[in-house]
Design a protein around this ligand. Structure first.
Ligand code: ASP
Ligand code: MG
Length: 449
């Protein structure tokens, strides 16, 4: 059972979580929690402040968040538990002070310090949740994720080393479960082989949950969030968006890549490998069933399941006459992106050009400079990727026609019908997103269909 930041945002939310966990007692749950909402951002902000040399302000800026933790413990736990939590908090503050001082002095690699600093969100929330569960007379036991999930040392988005992770989780957690305990651990955080704290990337708690679920061969992985399952589209754009009962792993993966806020893309993998169902549900409405993500053989087929989008996209058009009939050109281009660690989302090609989309433009300048050595580069900013997902797209002719007829008023570029062919992806200008999504939702989800 994984709880996201908004599911543990305050005392009320913590109390609900303990309630939800209590309801699953006979299913031997393992609890994975995110940091309290906004805490990861606050820690990153403190890191940046310290980097500029202002350690005092960095520490001060965290104080309100420490307070939020304290309020939860005062409201929901007994005096002994409060005292125990205060001790944890006291150590955390001192350790953070030390780490932030090191940041300002650059006395250790910054990427390493950054992960150490941000890890306190989950370190504290998981300790606190353990006490809250204990106060509810649940046999909860805190487990340090850094002793369970082993990663490489790619700080900021470390990759788990599966065999070791599986072994540690089985050893530690299975014996705890066998004793009737409920392990409670922080998501997102892990440690490298040499024991340094690492993180799995923003939103990485889902991934932690999937890793734990896979290692323990769980019957189900539950992702508790603040929306009821996966919707047909963003309800802020279409209020009539509906919750999907089922979704295949493939469909969910496509949605995740293209901006559906519900699941971290990598989450899918450990679950898929073992065909473990993933349930996405709402901690604010625990009675609702949410969306089940399953092997495709067990899901319903609809022409289109959901429409996702991602704004803030930049397109690069790379053109070179040298490309005509030449080999190695694609590879040369992609090597540049690899060198600058820049992820590409959508790619389309013609005889003499490649167009591709990026959502992270941190290294854009450097990338473009290198590309210009071998080709002409044109940049288009403020674009959005739209992704229409549904296994029906695989074998139904005419869906593409239906999609593009519905939005024929808009300028569309970079159309791609992916290898998985459960998705149709294309790019529009950012300011057209709302209209395009509305039209498509109307086309595929209106009563008339
Ligand atoms: N707390 C981390 C973040 O905000 C991880 C997570 O919430 O899954 O990115
Ligand atoms: Mg989160």
């Amino acid at each position: 059972m994984k709880f996201g930041g908004t599911s543990v945002q305050d005392a009320e939310a913590f109390a609900r979580v303990a309630e939800i966990v209590a309801g699953e007692m006979e299913n031997s749950p393992v609890v994975v929690t995110s940091a309290m909402s906004k805490v990861t951002d606050a820690l990153l902000f403190a890191f940046e402040t310290a980097k500029k040399g202002d350690v005092e302000s960095a520490i001060e800026s965290l104080e309100p968040h420490f307070q939020r933790h304290t309020i939860v413990s005062v409201e929901l736990t007994d005096e002994a538990q409060q005292k125990a939590f205060q001790t944890e908090l006291y150590f955390a503050k001192n350790e953070l002070k030390d780490l932030l001082t090191r940041v300002s002095r650059r006395s250790l690699p910054l990427s390493m310090l950054k992960d150490a600093v941000v890890s306190y969100g989950e370190q504290l929330s998981s300790r606190l949740l353990t006490f809250v569960c204990q106060a509810k007379h649940l046999n909860a036991r805190h487990a340090d994720s850094r002793r369970l999930i082993v990663t490489d040392d790619e700080y900021g988005s470390a990759a788990p080393i599966w065999d070791e992770t599986e072994r540690f989780i089985q050893l530690e957690l299975q014996s705890s479960i066998n004793k009737g305990e409920i392990p409670v651990m922080g998501g997102f955080i892990a440690a490298s082989r040499s024991g340094e704290t690492t993180t799995l990337g923003r939103g990485g708690s889902d991934y932690s949950a999937a890793l734990v679920g896979a290692a323990l061969k769980a019957r189900e992985i539950q992702i508790w969030t603040d929306v009821t399952g996966v919707l047909t589209c963003d309800p802020r754009i279409c209020p009539e968006a509906r919750t999907l009962k089922t979704l295949s792993y493939e469909e969910a993966a496509e949605l995740a890549y293209f901006g559906a806020k519900v699941l971290h893309p990598k989450t899918i993998q450990p679950a898929v490998d073992l065909q473990i169902p993933v349930r996405v549900c709402n901690s604010h409405q625990p009675a609702e069933k949410g969306t089940m993500i399953l092997p495709s053989s067990q899901t319903t087929t609809r022409l289109v399941k959901s429409i996702a989008y991602k704004k803030g996209i930049t397109i690069l058009h790379i053109t070179s006459a040298r490309m005509l009939g030449a080999f190695g050109f694609m590879s040369a281009i992609f090597q540049i992106f690899e060198r600058h660690r820049t992820v590409i989302d959508v790619v389309t090609t013609s005889e003499v050009s490649v167009s591709l989309t990026l959502d992270n433009t941190d290294s854009l300048e450097a990338v473009v400079k290198d590309l210009q050595r071998i080709a002409a580069v044109e940049i288009e900013r403020d674009q959005a990727v739209i992704c229409v997902v549904g296994s029906g797209l695989r074998d139904t002719s005419g869906v593409a026609a239906k999609i593009f007829t519905a939005i024929s008023d808009f300028n569309i570029s970079l159309i791609s019908h992916g290898a998985s062919s459960v998705n149709m992806t294309f790019v529009v200008e950012e300011n057209a997103v709302k209209e395009v999504i509305k039209k498509l939702h109307d086309e595929f989800f209106n009563q008339k269909n």
